[in-house]
Ligand binder design. Structure first.
Ligand SMILES: C[S@@+](CC[C@H](N)C(=O)[O-])C[C@H]1O[C@@H](n2cnc3c(N)ncnc32)[C@H](O)[C@@H]1O
Length: 419
């Protein structure tokens, strides 16, 4: 519990520091860390916690120069990191940030850290110019990504890696998918305008918002007229493009964004699988809100005997688990939690999924392999190895979307089985 008022900056800094501590200790932002924060403070805490995690390489560099020995409490280190982030992003209010961080320090258990926090932050302000210049010459501090991650990007994209890094360091855009069964994209854009929310049309049913808003502010969100989905993710349904009435498998479906999009476009006999029961509930909740129907089953898609009745599918979506390196700006914890070896272990699991699912595609049917990664081992190289094992498979289409201001990073490959 905190005695700080939830609407104070001190409270926001303290909560952001606690989230930081949990993440650096190995927990994921997806574990609901933000849900423990007073709702009044959530937008501010999210802004500070996510922003400072995106910039962790930079903050860590500063602290390595400001502290001459390890701190007694991880939470104090995290408090310094979030305060420095706030100082750098709000240069007009640096003294308020320092004062509020000192109030927050009084809440950290295990000692009296107020003097230390005050001293380190004032020291940072005194040396800010020199430290900022030094950070420019440090690869991890300036790119704000781990060294192994940068090496992967540089090897794969010698001309484009800086753009990928820059996109990864920017707050993500908010995209919407309009439910074509309920309204048209242009009619919904007009409703957004009437609600004072600016947006641009994208593709067949997407909208890019000028600024993120809370979902509760979106007209008729609860009635299922619209969903939040990045335009890059919306490519899946149009690439697979199953014909009405066909039998479709979404093998790694939770939370059901792409399942729902497929069903909004056409009436389908669709089976959605996911490994985890809690995540299958998310699919069911999303389908219920959007007034769509599918069979949802908890299963490991690799273990065909657990879930497959032997009837082949016309179309299969394999949106496989991956490093999520294309959506790192949405989950800035992942780049600090992952290790270089994770790429190979994801690639191994993906190959097993692809092999298993290929067996359930009917002759003449298609499979769309998808990741939200930019690492080739999970994408083009994965498909290359699959095609070596199955030379008769037709690769109909392949695209690597790199993250930009308009969409996240995704990879798609559409494969067709010999009839
Ligand atoms: C990238 S996410 C899917 C996102 C989803 N397609 C969407 O658009 O909302 C990958 C999902 O695969 C699930 N998964 C991982 N391994 C699996 C397996 N062997 N069988 C079924 N689901 C699996 C994970 O639980 C996770 O929900």
């Amino acid at each position: 519990m905190s005695r700080l008022p939830p609407d104070s900056l001190a409270y926001a800094l303290l909560q952001a520091a606690r989230i930081h501590t949990a993440v650096i200790g190995g927990q994921s932002l997806a574990d609901g860390l933000l849900g423990r924060v007073d709702p009044v403070a959530r937008p501010a805490v999210q802004d500070i916690a996510y922003g400072s995690l995106r910039a962790y390489g930079r903050g860590d560099f500063f602290l390595s120069r400001l502290l001459d020995r390890p701190l007694a409490a991880d939470e104090v280190r995290a408090l310094l990191l979030v305060a420095i982030y706030r100082v750098e992003t709000r240069p007009d209010a640096v003294h308020t940030v320092v004062d509020q961080a000192v109030f927050a320090a009084a809440e950290v258990a295990g000692g009296n850290f107020r003097g230390l926090v005050n001293g380190v932050l004032r020291n940072f302000l005194r040396q800010q110019e020199a430290l900022t210049a030094a950070a420019e010459n440090d690869p991890v501090a300036s790119a704000q990504h781990p060294a192994w991650w940068l090496a992967e990007l540089q090897a794969a994209y010698p001309d484009a890696w800086q753009g990928i890094v820059a996109a990864g360091n920017t707050p993500p855009p908010m995209g919407l998918r309009v439910n074509q069964r309920q309204t048209s994209r242009d009619a919904y854009l007009a409703r957004l305008r009437a609600a004072g929310i600016a947006g641009q049309p994208i593709d067949e049913c997407g909208v890019a918002l000028a600024r993120p808003v809370a979902v509760e502010a979106l007209p008729d969100f609860a009635q299922g007229v619209v969903s939040v989905q990045d335009p890059g993710a919306q490519r899946a349904a149009s690439l697979l493009d199953p014909v009405p009435g066909s039998r479709v498998l979404d093998a790694c479906a939770a939370p059901g964004g792409k399942t729902a999009h497929l069903l909004e476009r056409a009436d389908l006999d669709l089976l959605a699988l996911d490994l985890k029961a809690s995540r299958c509930r998310r699919i069911e909740e999303n389908l219920a809100r959007l007034q769509l129907q599918a069979a949802v089953k908890v299963a490991d898609c690799v273990k065909l005997n657990q879930w497959w009745d032997g009837r082949p599918f016309d179309a299969v979506l394999a949106d496989v688990p991956c490093t999520a390196s294309g959506v790192v700006r949405r989950n800035p914890d992942t780049k600090w939690l992952r290790r270089a070896e994770d790429i190979a272990s994801f690639a191994k699991a993906q190959a097993r999924i692809l092999e298993a699912l290929w067996q359930v595609v009917r002759p003449g049917g298609k499979l769309l392999y998808a990741t939200c990664s930019v690492f080739p081992a999970e994408n083009g190289a994965q498909i290359g190895r699959f095609l070596e094992r199955h030379p008769q498979v037709r690769r109909c289409h392949e695209e690597q979307l790199l993250p930009t201001a308009d969409h996240d990073g995704f990879f798609y490959c559409l494969l067709e089985k010999h009839a």
